[in-house]
Write a protein that binds this ligand. Structure first.
Ligand SMILES: [Zn+2]
Length: 210
């Protein structure tokens, strides 16, 4: 496909996407999950011949504008899981610590307060630093747990020991596959099946992807 045709499709896609196309899962050529990309982005990779192979169970065809030369409508068929060529891609992915955000933190902890064990809506949850900032605690996955407002207030500027509050679960750093699961609320069955294979056995997410 010509890049210009791809642009036509991308323009049309922008409209379609507002209705919500599922995201495409990209892998490096070793089959390691990398990130979610939009249809426009997948289209770009296809047009640049940068798709090494595809393994998704689902394929989507999206139609673009008419080709004046052939009179045919341009189209692209993309798979739900694609491996992208290139070394840069392979280097970046797995060792990186994913960024810490409340949304992903609360999902990591299954919206359960680490102190009272209650399950709360996201609006009533907070990020608790196990070792508080005032005691040189850092803002990292390993020092953060989900806490309800009441528990966070009660704990205040103390460590769990000082506050006499025991952690009912331990913090951990999600790996890449887990992080990808945490960041996308509309994962297709084949994508989930693939990512689940890369989630460590001790992960709390195991319960929801099993
Ligand atoms: Zn609580």
């Amino acid at each position: 496909m010509e890049p210009t045709q791809c642009m036509d499709i991308a323009t049309e896609l922008r409209a379609v996407q507002q209705g919500g196309y599922p995201l495409i899962l990209t892998l490096d050529t070793h089959g390691v999950p990398h990130r979610w990309i939009s249809w426009q982005h997948a289209c770009y990779y296809y047009s640049k011949d940068q798709v090494a192979w595809a393994m998704g169970a689902q394929a989507f065809t999206v139609y673009g504008g008419m080709n004046r030369m052939t009179g045919r409508r341009s189209s692209i068929t993309a798979s739900s899981i694609i491996a992208i060529k290139g070394k840069a891609m392979a280097m970046k992915s797995f060792s990186q610590v994913p960024p810490l955000n409340n949304r992903e933190l609360f999902h990591r902890d299954r919206q359960i307060c680490a102190y009272c064990g209650g399950m709360f809506p996201i609006s009533r949850l907070t990020r608790d630093h196990v070792t508080p900032f005032s005691r040189k605690g850092k803002d990292t996955w390993m020092n953060s747990v989900t806490a309800c407002r009441a528990c966070n207030e009660r704990k205040g500027n103390h460590t769990p020991e000082q506050a006499g509050m025991e952690l009912i679960y331990l913090p951990y750093v999600p790996n890449r596959a887990e992080y990808l699961i945490l960041t996308n609320r509309r994962i297709l069955a084949d994508q989930m099946e693939f990512l689940a294979q890369h989630v460590p056995a001790q992960s709390r997410l195991r319960q929801s992807v099993a």
